[in-house]
Design a protein around this ligand. Structure first.
Ligand code: AMP
Length: 283
């Protein structure tokens, strides 16, 4: 695995590989890697000749400065994990390498209504930050395929929209969510949970499954309320949302909407750690 810290030599290196006919797969991350991240690398390796990853904790996508400050950093073990997974190229840039003109100088993206729903509603500015960093990284790496986790369901929709807006020749490939045995979705933020909190946090997946099992017999609002109350009783401090939504647009759906594929999405806090997860209901 070759490690780059600067954008220009990385672009040049990848461009040479591309010119030789290699397909380029890219899985960007914020580090504190777990098996979910590694599954993106593995997927890329089955489809692409060269797999590139990046580790960059992007300050512009954190609406809560404390969340940014406390974001786990495990760079040494991340490098070993990527190396073992067979990642070919790793990019670990500084903030000035990603935002050479300075933070706050990045463009604004017209994402439409998706930006105001769910994560967008509770984390204002988050998706603009995501688009800023993804746009810059795509410009540097220029992959043919971009690998993203379904765990961040709304992010996948937003990034597909970004790729469309920018008219880039990139396939965005969504990779299924990797979970702990308890059902808890793997997340870098899980490192901030105590052993007991980790057990309690499994209630999110339990409720997503409950919603899926009961989706035909109960109104959506009843299921959403039941799940939110259950989370609070299970030790969650606050629930931002439980939403049964149109899987394409994330607009709320009613129980009678026929033929529309749905997804259940949850965001909730254990202590000051915010967790998100989702489950497709109609597959
Ligand atoms: P992050 O480091 O949290 O920005 O995540 C980097 C990439 O890994 C994103 O595309 C995430 O959706 C994906 N990812 C995070 N957690 C998981 C998981 N449990 N399973 C699969 N992919 C994941």
């Amino acid at each position: 695995m070759i490690l780059f810290k600067e954008a220009a030599p990385l672009s040049k290196h990848i461009s040479k590989l591309r010119d030789k006919g290699n397909s380029i797969g890219f899985a960007p991350t914020m580090g504190a890697l777990h098996s979910g991240h590694i599954s993106l690398i593995e997927k890329s390796k089955t489809i692409c000749d060269i797999t590139v990853s990046s580790i960059f904790v992007n300050p512009t996508q954190f609406n809560d400065p404390k969340d940014f400050e406390k974001y786990p950093v495990t760079i040494g073990s991340d490098i070993s994990a990527l190396e073992s997974a067979g990642c070919d190229i790793l990019f670990i840039p500084s903030v000035s390498e990603i935002y050479p003109a300075g933070i706050g100088k990045a463009p604004h993206y017209d994402l439409g209504e998706i930006e105001l729903l769910l994560e967008g509603r509770f984390r204002p500015g988050h998706f603009q930050g995501v688009c800023q960093v993804v746009h810059r990284l795509l410009d540097i790496v220029k992959p043919g395929k971009l690998f993203m986790g379904q765990k961040d369901y709304q992010q996948c929709i937003v990034v597909k929209k970004l790729v469309q807006l920018l008219n880039l020749p990139i396939d965005v490939i969504t990779v299924g969510t990797y979970r702990e045995e308890s059902g808890l979705a793997m997340s870098s933020r899980n490192l901030r949970l105590s052993k007991d909190e980790k057990l309690e946090a499994a209630a999110i997946f339990k409720m997503l499954q409950y919603i899926k099992e009961n989706r035909t017999t109960n109104p959506h609002s009843t299921l959403e309320n039941y799940a939110a109350n259950y989370l609070i009783k299970s030790g969650f401090r606050a629930v931002d949302y439980v939403s049964i939504a149109d899987a394409k647009t994330l607009q709320p759906t009613s129980a009678i909407s026929e033929g529309i594929k749905r997804v259940a999405l949850i965001a909730a806090f254990i202590g000051d750690v915010r967790l998100i997860d989702n489950l497709l209901l109609d597959e």
